[in-house]
Design a protein around this ligand. Structure first.
Ligand SMILES: Nc1nc2c(ncn2[C@@H]2O[C@H](COP(=O)(O)OP(=O)(O)OP(=O)(O)O)[C@@H](O)[C@H]2O)c(=O)[nH]1
Ligand SMILES: [Zn+2]
Length: 215
């Protein structure tokens, strides 16, 4: 059994030429800071971390976890890259069926589904691709679905200054499917309405008419 080492100590004593995950340009792959933690986890379940199938797993798992939580490193202004445009249009804009994958903060298991976003412009529109980017920025964190829904809505509201923003999230939670209560068909629907969507039933209904029908 290897003793646990800090990432720096591990890297110092490690033969990177033997690493199966060397970078494509020939540089040695550096050990990810989380990789030793995954190695300990594997040992904890009684696995042989030296066997062929697992030798690169701590590094792969660490990189995957870093990607799945990369939203913490992102900045909204950088993501927008200035793609907020003046527009006299005041009609509802809807971007629907934006798929997302997130991790529930209770079990660190995936929940995934679709996000639908609507806003009522008040002089400014946002670059189309930026809405899915905002979704990913908040989805790639440890989340609960209610907070994810609200954070997306508040972000769109704050960057566009829209008169109203509505967000609906439909998702399935692996913590409810593959463990715990084990309900295979249950999904959760959450919504946030801001501004005119909260005040006006007709704006809300117009948005709901454009949503895919449940069932
Ligand atoms: N409201 C909400 N609950 C969530 C979300 N993701 C997971 N949960 C719930 O968080 C709760 C945690 O409950 P606990 O009783 O502490 O954990 P647990 O023993 O693993 O619960 P079970 O899943 O019922 O086995 C569970 O009811 C989960 O279904 C989410 O996005 N929103
Ligand atoms: Zn969960």
């Amino acid at each position: 059994m290897e003793d646990f080492q800090s990432p720096a100590a591990f890297a110092a004593g490690h033969d990177f030429d033997a690493e199966p995950l060397a970078a494509a340009d020939g540089r040695p792959a550096s050990e990810h800071a989380f990789a030793p933690l995954y190695r300990e986890l594997l040992k904890g379940i009684g696995e042989d971390v030296g066997r062929e199938g697992l030798v690169g797993t701590p590094q792969r798992a660490a990189k995957a976890f870093e990607f799945l939580t990369s939203g913490y490193q992102q900045d909204v202004q950088q993501l927008l890259n200035g793609a907020i445009f003046e527009s006299a249009n005041r009609d509802m804009v809807i971007v629907r069926d934006i798929e997302f994958y997130s991790l529930c903060e209770h079990h660190i298991l995936p929940f995934y589904g679709k996000v639908h976003v609507a806003y009522l412009p008040a002089g400014k529109v946002i670059g189309l691709s930026k809405i899915p980017r905002i979704v990913d920025l908040y989805a790639r964190r440890l989340q609960i679905q209610e907070n994810l829904t609200e954070q997306i809505a508040r972000c769109v509201q704050s960057v566009t200054g829209a008169e109203g923003v509505a967000v609906v999230v439909e998702a399935r939670h692996m913590c409810m499917l593959m463990r715990g209560v084990e309900k295979q068909n249950a999904s959760m629907v959450t919504s946030t309405q801001l501004g005119l969507f909260r005040e006006s039933e007709s704006a809300r209904n117009q948005f709901l008419r454009f949503l895919p029908q449940a069932g």
